[in-house]
Write a protein that binds this ligand. Structure first.
Ligand SMILES: [Zn+2]
Length: 320
């Protein structure tokens, strides 16, 4: 096992690269308060040795981890949780009430993911999904608070990306752990203009109205920092939120425009790519389309898939 790639932030927060798909795509965050620790999201089963190595680098024993917080049960966030919990004797897994049963019995999650990715890709991406014993899972209601040592964390049920999603407000760090509710911001796309950010609309519970509302709710806490699963820290979230709102509106417009196409999903994907590349031009990022596709092809495909699903299923998905 090679060394984990870690980035240390303020207030005892460390980003661990889970190495899902490629470096810099998917982060787990370790939060340390006094003698106690918690993970926020876990990457996949393949990531677990990296997370355990990160604990060791921080001179923490597995017994010192009190919580494994899972923002939602998409497998790039929670796929490794069962295998990680098996190595953390005192930890409790904390989930949204709608996500809990899927971690105790991951069979439906696995089937859903295989439908998105295909069987062969699933195994390479995620490996075996280990269930979490039901008695080691606790759920949190909207607005509920939990303490890590003497550090109070508040849980917000936040829909838009998925109905089983929560975000964690961490006043001690003036931060929110946003999972997939504050978009994606790869450090590879940073320029002199700052971070590049865009929403994630992956299947099958994208809800644009809820996504807008969630952004407003997160900003009502006036966070100075957001920690995203893809990929880690952005500062001044209030300055980035308007772009996320504009993108959400643009994505919905694109989806509606593609509704009558022969292959709506592919038409959406191409239009999203064009929209995103134009934004990258304005952002001053390298114009090389090969490089851009390398970084973004997976998200463009997943976002198109989620928008096509929304268009075909959502009550408000009818064309304007
Ligand atoms: Zn997700």
């Amino acid at each position: 096992m090679h060394k984990p790639s870690l980035i240390d932030f303020h207030a005892g927060i460390t980003a661990i690269d889970t190495e899902y798909v490629r470096p810099g795509l998917d982060a787990s965050h370790l939060v340390v308060q006094g003698e106690r620790a918690a993970f926020v999201d876990t990457g996949t089963t393949h990531s677990v040795p990296l997370l355990l190595a990160a604990l060791k680098e921080k001179n923490l024993a597995p017994e010192q981890v009190d919580y494994v917080f899972l923002t939602h049960v998409h497998l790039d966030h929670a796929g490794g949780a069962g295998a990680l919990m098996a190595a953390l004797p005192r930890a409790t897994a904390v989930l949204h009430p709608r996500g809990a049963r899927h971690m105790a019995d991951p069979s439906r999650l696995v089937a859903g993911s295989k439908a998105v990715y295909g069987d062969a890709a699933f195994d390479a991406l995620y490996g075996e999904i280990v269930p979490i014993p039901a008695e080691r899972i606790r759920t949190v209601e909207d607005g509920e608070k939990l303490a890590l040592a003497d550090r109070e964390l508040e849980f917000l049920h936040t829909e838009g990306h998925a109905r089983h999603h929560y975000c964690i407000v961490d006043p001690a760090a003036e931060a929110i752990f946003t999972g997939d509710c504050f978009g994606i911001s790869y450090r590879e796309l940073d320029t002199a203009d700052g971070p590049f950010i865009f929403p994630t609309t992956t299947p099958v519970q994208f809800d644009p109205e809820a996504a807008h509302a969630t952004l407003h709710r997160l900003l009502s806490y006036a966070p100075r920092h957001a920690f995203l699963t893809h990929f880690s820290h952005v500062s001044a979230p209030a300055a980035l939120a308007p772009q996320l709102h504009r993108d959400l509106d643009a994505y919905v417009d694109i989806a509606r425009r593609c509704r009558a196409a022969d292959d709506p999903e592919e038409s959406i994907r191409l239009a999203l790519r064009e929209w995103t590349f134009a934004r990258l031009d304005a952002h001053g990022f390298d114009p090389d389309p090969v490089l851009r596709d390398e970084i973004l092809h997976m998200d463009l495909a997943l976002n198109a898939q989620g928008l096509a699903y929304w268009l075909a299923h959502a009550a408000d998905g009818a064309p304007a």
